[in-house]
Design a protein around this ligand. Structure first.
Ligand SMILES: NC(=O)c1ccc[n+]([C@@H]2O[C@H](COP(=O)([O-])OP(=O)(O)OC[C@H]3O[C@@H](n4cnc5c(N)ncnc54)[C@H](O)[C@@H]3O)[C@@H](O)[C@H]2O)c1
Length: 250
């Protein structure tokens, strides 16, 4: 049995996880953390520091500032954490990496199976097609309540491509302010917000006479919730270190 503390339990993702876990026999939410009001069939606390309930792992879908207080409480307790919150600043990402020196920590901007496979596909495509002169553009689409832009996943895809080339590519966010043609060594990243779109990411490799598009569409938030629960199962009992969804998928 994997016992989970759900950080951000009253949010959209927290609720999606709560629903899925109800039908699982080997996973249990033993406590929730959320400073806002709501009701749950497990005890809820305003912060991890105020929750004395024992668990195998914390699963976090909250807000960037909340990740800081979460890690400050999790590290002395030596409890593993799956950080799924996106939009973290450089300092907050550094804190995540630093914390992984003391606890098992899995950090991923996207918990879905499809996107994590897409990461390896775009790296391979970039290696072959950039050599052949193709330009790389990323388009992401999300619901009208999403706060951060571009999405953490769009940056995750761009960083994965960039890692193949020792981070030589600059990112160009939208083009309305530009008056010159695009540079060769750039990745364009464009964001669209509307309705209830759960998440779409499209990487476009555009050459002179052919275009390759790798496109992922999330049908619902369920895919992230399922991935996060898989990550929680994986992380429970691991040694300290920084893990990603690639470690879970294998
Ligand atoms: N990694 C992924 O695959 C993935 C997928 C979906 C969403 N996300 C990210 O997860 C985060 C949450 O998404 P959401 O759609 O559920 O957002 P949401 O706004 O619906 O929910 C966030 C919840 O966190 C709670 N919260 C705020 N401060 C807190 C604190 N200090 N401690 C504990 N809880 C706190 C809020 O009260 C709210 O209930 C966002 O950053 C989103 O981009 C990541």
């Amino acid at each position: 049995m994997t016992k989970i503390i759900l950080h951000g339990c009253f949010g959209k993702m927290g609720q999606a996880i709560t629903e899925i876990v109800k039908d699982m026999e080997d996973v249990q939410i033993v406590a929730g953390i959320d400073p806002h009001a709501g009701s749950a069939d497990y005890p809820v606390f305003p912060s991890l520091a105020e929750c004395a309930i024992e668990a195998d792992v914390v699963v976090d879908f909250s807000a960037p500032a909340a990740v800081v207080s979460l890690l400050e409480a999790a590290v002395p307790r030596k409890i593993p954490v799956v950080v799924c919150t996106t939009g973290l600043s450089k300092e907050q990402i550094n804190l995540v990496k630093e914390s992984a020196g003391s606890i098992p920590l899995l950090f991923s901007a996207n918990m879905s199976l499809g996107i994590n496979l897409m990461i390896s596909l775009v790296k391979k495509a970039a290696l072959v097609l950039t050599e052949a002169g193709f330009d790389i553009e990323i388009i992401e689409k999300h619901h009208n309540r999403k706060k951060d832009a571009p999405s953490g996943t769009a940056l995750y895809l761009a960083d994965a491509i960039n890692s193949v080339f020792d981070y030589d590519f600059a990112y160009s966010y939208g083009r309305s302010h530009q008056t010159e043609p695009r540079e060769k060594n750039e990745i364009g990243i464009s964001s669209l917000r509307g309705g209830n779109i759960a998440g779409e990411h499209q990487v476009i490799f555009a050459g002179e006479d052919e275009i390759l598009e790798i496109h992922h569409k999330a049908g619902s938030r369920r895919i992230f919730a399922v991935g996060a629960i898989g990550a929680a199962r994986f992380l429970s009992g691991k040694t300290a270190g920084l893990y990603t969804m690639s470690d879970v998928i294998g």
